[in-house]
Design a protein around this ligand. Structure first.
Ligand SMILES: NC(=O)c1ccc[n+]([C@@H]2O[C@H](COP(=O)([O-])OP(=O)(O)OC[C@H]3O[C@@H](n4cnc5c(N)ncnc54)[C@H](O)[C@@H]3O)[C@@H](O)[C@H]2O)c1
Length: 244
């Protein structure tokens, strides 16, 4: 039987990049996906590509009501929800002395508050279904110091800690919570880097290449699947060794 047969997974920020790669792999393995994103055209196009196994809704992760709508859509269309990938995020690099409170707060709202709201929103439906798996997408910026990323780093370190706190809280409900820490992954997000910055980052990766969205997706699928039935509160770097 396909690994995701009968499973429904909600992916925030699922319109492109890593979220889209996860959606394609889950559907290829027999699962169904609800994609939330603020990018409506990309999200609708991906849902159309994936067909009957996918639904898209416009979802801003900073709004609790958008999370409620995403969960309701999963229940209405697919009869339940087994997995959540807290994947939506923003990365607007600035050094400490150029970071103002508004910049800090925007990273907090999307990358940290959004993930908190997401975990809260899915617990009741997962509990009704007998359990579930939540994967929080942090970063190597949540494992060590990262240049020009004081606001981003604060959220990704927080998400790593929130993952462990939630794993303890939710274990009695058979809901597992783990964090994934991608290194430099070749998506739209890192197009803000200059050629020099990109070359420098590459030189710091022992495996000698940028990661792909598919590299991260394969690890996320493992954590979502029953193969990881005894894994909770763990953190897995997917970074070519960059955080070593
Ligand atoms: N690309 C990298 O090098 C890298 C490295 C480490 C961690 N990450 C993390 O991986 C995750 C996915 O990023 P990606 O690389 O696919 O980049 P991406 O920019 O392609 O994807 C991020 C997605 O989040 C969506 N999003 C942003 N704000 C949102 C909001 N308020 N509500 C809903 N959706 C919103 C975007 O529209 C986009 O589709 C992010 O959490 C990011 O921080 C990326």
């Amino acid at each position: 039987m396909a690994r995701f047969s009968g499973k429904v997974v909600l992916i925030s920020g699922g319109a492109r990049g890593q979220g889209a790669a996860e959606a394609r792999q889950i559907v290829a393995e027999g699962g169904r996906v609800v994609l939330g994103d603020v990018l409506e055209a990309e999200g609708q196009a991906l849902a159309a590509e994936l067909g009957a196994a996918a639904r898209f809704l416009r979802q801003d992760v900073t709004r609790a009501e958008d999370w409620a709508a995403a969960v309701a859509l999963a229940e209405r269309e697919f009869g339940g929800l087994h997995g959540l990938v807290n994947n939506a995020g923003i990365y607007r690099p600035l050094p400490l002395m150029q970071t103002d409170a508004a910049h800090w707060e925007r990273h907090f709202e999307v990358n940290q508050l959004g993930c908190f709201l997401g975990m809260q929103a899915v617990v009741p439906v997962m509990e009704r279904g007998g359990g579930g798996s939540i994967v929080n997408i942090s970063s190597t910026a949540g494992l060590r110091g990262s240049p020009n990323a004081i606001a981003y780093s604060s959220t990704k370190w927080a998400l790593r800690g929130m993952t462990k706190a939630a794993a303890v809280d939710l274990a009695p409900k058979q809901i597992r919570v783990n964090s994934v820490h991608p290194g430099p992954i070749d998506t739209e997000m890192v197009k803000v880097w200059s050629n020099e910055q990109r070359t420098k980052r590459l030189s710091q990766i022992p495996l000698g290449r940028m990661g792909t969205a598919e590299d991260v997706a394969r690890v996320v699928l493992f954590l979502l699947s029953d193969e990881a039935a005894y894994v909770t509160g763990a953190e897995i770097a997917v970074d070519g060794g960059a955080s070593l």
